[in-house]
Each structure stands twice: as structure tokens, then as C-alpha cells.
Design a protein around this ligand. Sequence first.
Ligand SMILES: Cc1cc2nc3c(=O)[nH]c(=O)nc-3n(C[C@H](O)[C@H](O)[C@H](O)COP(=O)(O)O)c2cc1C
Length: 345
Amino acid sequence: MIQLKKFVKHFIIEGQKLIWPLAAKSRFFCRVYYCFFDRSFGYEQQALIKAKLAYFAKEGIQNGTSSLLRRNIHRLEKGLIMEPRRDFFALDYILETVDVYLLASESADFSKTELDWAYSVLIEYFEAVKTTHKEVLQAKQRFDSISPRVDISSKPYSSESRKTHNIDFESFSNLTQARRSTRWFLNKPVESEKLEKIVSVASQAPSACNRQPFEFMVVEGDSFRKKVAKLPGGTVGFSDNIPCLIAVVGDQSYYPTDRDRHVIYIDSGLASMQLMLAAETLGLSTCAINWPELEKLDEKVSKLLKLPQYKRVVMFIAIGYAKPSGGIPFSEKKSAQQLMNFIKE
Ligand SMILES: Cc1cc2nc3c(=O)[nH]c(=O)nc-3n(C[C@H](O)[C@H](O)[C@H](O)COP(=O)(O)O)c2cc1C
């Protein structure tokens, strides 16, 4: 059976090798190839279209947050810190921003801190812009028509007044070396307070336009966790040994345009890295687990985690207390010289 599988795989690859040079010649041939010979992007493309529908159906507001509001408020903040600051900016999106702010403030379950931030920045913006452009005047009029909030000053500040830290390079470098992918854990549950702490550290990660289009789904219940942990192929042999499993889920409906289709993976990856390092500081160990882009698996995981198609599993993270005698692969790292490359014109 294994031999037969190997033979079929070999046969398919050899066949594809004949077609690839032609497909690589032009984008048209490439599209024909992915239309007729390889459907692997089909599910993802459908997810992208569903994401656009979801975005516009909710006018940029979803689950107590708004990707549109977050993006636009971020853009206003960038305008406010510009050196030199321009007399006016954001003419093309200020009305849209105030409108989405109004909608958000009318939504009962909308995040209070997100509204506070938007409110503070909008106040700052209208104080800062010096213009009689009709877009700004109209936006100001609409903004003034709603009940004011207490301005808690969630607005741009100077670099010298930001939070300080006392971690030196040596300590941080040690932390990164102490973190190693761990696959063997003690049979000990992970405290939910610790999970909350590491997720709050993950939330500090950079994300495109501060949209944070991801969530960390903790898979609960022994048998359910084991079932879900078996799905990604990379857990063979240790899936039953994972005491805590997190599905990192990226929400493609934060983006109405295809050009940003990779951002959920980048943002989720950066936040996940922070989460894994934070876990280490609390005595927990982790292992990132690959989620392959395979239609059948995607369908299965979406069903189990009750995800709409536009919410994509980016990866899983196993978390737990490391079993002291559990093996850790050596995992030789590349040197800085290998990874660095200087380029001149
Ligand atoms: C995106 C990603 C996917 C990974 N998938 C798996 C996986 O499916 N199974 C596994 O055992 N390890 C997985 N790993 C862990 C890697 O094997 C590990 O990070 C790598 O070998 C380097 O070892 P280190 O993490 O201890 O430095 C994954 C890591 C990343 C970043």
C-alpha cells in the first residue's frame, strides 16, 4: 500500500514537472494551471470572497470591534505625529471615520476602550486640523452631534513618555534560547489566569494598521482537544499529550481587499511569537503547530471550531509544563551572517 501511494505521488509530481515550465511562462497559463490541474487555492479564494461579503455586510464592524475604525483611527494618529504636521489631512476618509465611529457607539456590545481611543484621537484631530474643507466641517458637525465621552487621552504621545523596561539584551537573548519547541508535557492543566496573561502580552504585538485581526481559541475538554490536536499532521505521536491547545485564528473579513490577504498570517505570527515567549516567562513551554492549507482539513477544522470560511486557522500552539525528561531537538540555528544580507544600489 505504501509502495502504491509512493508510486502515485511520484507519477503526479513527474506529470506536474512537465506542465510547470509552461505554466511559469505566463500568468494566463498559470491561471489555467490552477484552474484545471491544481485546485489547491480554490478554498482560499472562496474564503477571500466570503470575507469581503462579511466585511461589507457589517460595515466594518464585527464582534464588538471595527477593523475600519481601527485602521482609520490609526491613520489619523499617524497624521497627528507627522513631522512637520500638515495643516489638514485625512480629507478622503474623515467622514467615513466619523460615520463608523457613530455606528460603533450605537452598538451595545462595542469595545469601550476602542471607542475611548477613537474618541480621544478624533478630538485631537479636530483640534489640530486647520481647514475649512467641507469634508472636515461636515465630519466635525456629525461628530459634535453625538454625546461626548470622557476623554481618557488615548492619543499620540512622545517617545520619551512611553513605558520603560529593564530587560537587557543578555536576558532577552537567554529567553529566546530557553524557548524551545516542546512536545512532551506533564499531565498538568494550564491555569486560565496564565493563559489570559500570555494572550494580553500577545495583544501588544505590532499589527497592520493596529487591526489585530486574530483570536486565540482555547480548545477545551480532554476528548475534544485530542480530536482537534490530531487534525494537523505535525502532531503525530504527541497529539494526546498536549494539555492545552490554542487555535490561532485569523479573520480575513478584516480586509475587504485582496492585496492584504496575507496580513492575517503575518499579524497572527507576530502575536503568536510574543505569546510563546511570554509563556516561557511563566514556566510554560510551547510548540507551534503547522496548519496546512488543505481543503478537506480546512472543512473539518471549521466544522469542529464552528468557524465561518473566512476565519482561517493560521496555526495551533501546544502549551503546557514541560516534562523534564522529554526530548528537545537540537535545532541548529543559522548564524547572523547567514541570515543577514547588505544590499547597495
Ligand atoms: C509555523 C510553524 C509550524 C510548525 N509546525 C510544527 C508541527 O506541525 N509539528 C511540530 O512538531 N513542530 C512544529 N513546529 C516547530 C518547529 O519544528 C520548530 O520551531 C523548529 O524545528 C525549531 O525548533 P525550536 O522551536 O525549538 O527553536 C512548527 C513551527 C512553526 C514556526
